[in-house]
Design a protein around this ligand. Structure first.
Ligand SMILES: [Zn+2]
Length: 274
């Protein structure tokens, strides 16, 4: 997911992985703490922080590795709502360097590599669960929405309610939470990122394909696709999935795409060029 570069905070830290520089914003930890508190125990915030850190880093490494395959030197930023991988230039926001010159299949592969890396990580988690004697039972809620339950052994569902705030979770609670959170983040966020809505990875893929087949109006059509799919997911989020955070996010993406169309048509701010 590509969002704007955040301001520096005192909690920022940097490191290198596979010779790729990574910067982690202090704001990155807000969402894991929020998710952890929703699960009714502060200690789960640590589980969520660990899971989200690894999942988002692996997703961005997927993008970065394929960028490098095309001769682009990548860097990674982990920010409040996720992260992004981009060129390792200080003023990449204004330059039209290597990454900007990628189009067609290379661009599609760079975009697809993020969600693909996440699905591989989910497969590894499932493999480890099965090796440990556990089981993951997959279902489709509403006939289309993938869901699963973690089972201690095949047929024995993990049924314990989350302990109250005062109780310390047991090791089994922690392992269960680690598995659930890993699958949630790596599977759902991968699917979400593949939706053909700008600025998600699926939006970039849709834009490349539609511009290839229609160089004149492909870009605008891909934005219209984002308006309708984004709006549709927002409605589904409110009325079916009851996922309001998801709904607000997709409504915002749909609105942004609509704004871009207005600017392309020469209406509103920016007058024709954007
Ligand atoms: Zn991505």
């Amino acid at each position: 997911m590509l969002l704007s570069e955040p301001p520096p905070t005192p909690l920022d830290f940097e490191f290198d992985i596979f010779r790729i520089p990574v910067r982690v914003s202090g704001l990155f930890w807000i969402l894991p703490i929020y998710f952890g508190l929703q699960d009714q125990h502060l200690i789960y915030a640590i589980v969520w922080a660990l899971v989200m850190f690894i999942a988002i880093l692996v997703h961005e490494l997927g993008h970065a590795m394929v960028m490098r395959r095309y001769g682009i030197s990548p860097r990674i930023e982990l920010i409040m709502m996720g992260g992004f991988a981009t060129e390792n230039h200080r003023d990449v926001w204004r330059s039209s360097g290597g990454l900007g010159s990628l189009s067609g299949l290379p661009k599609i592969l760079v975009s697809a590599a993020g969600p693909a890396a996440g699905f591989c990580l989910a497969a590894i988690v499932i493999g480890l669960v099965v090796l440990m004697g556990g089981w993951i039972e997959f279902q489709f809620a509403y006939g289309f929405f993938p869901s699963w339950s973690v089972e201690l052994e095949k047929g024995v569902r993990f049924g314990r309610e989350f302990p109250a705030m005062a109780d310390m979770p047991t090791n089994t609670d922690m392992i269960y939470q680690l598995i659930s959170a890993s699958l949630f983040v790596n599977i759902y966020w991968g699917i979400m990122n593949l939706m053909p809505v700008d600025p998600l990875d699926g939006g970039s893929i849709a834009r490349e394909i539609m511009m290839k087949s229609d160089p004149v109006s492909g870009l605008k059509n891909s934005l219209w696709l984002g308006v309708f799919v984004g709006g549709g997911i927002a409605v589904l989020g409110v009325f079916v999935l009851k996922a309001f955070f998801l709904a607000i996010m997709f409504a915002y993406f749909a609105f942004q795409s609509w704004q871009k169309i207005q600017r392309m048509d020469g209406k509103g701010f920016g007058g024709g060029r954007w």
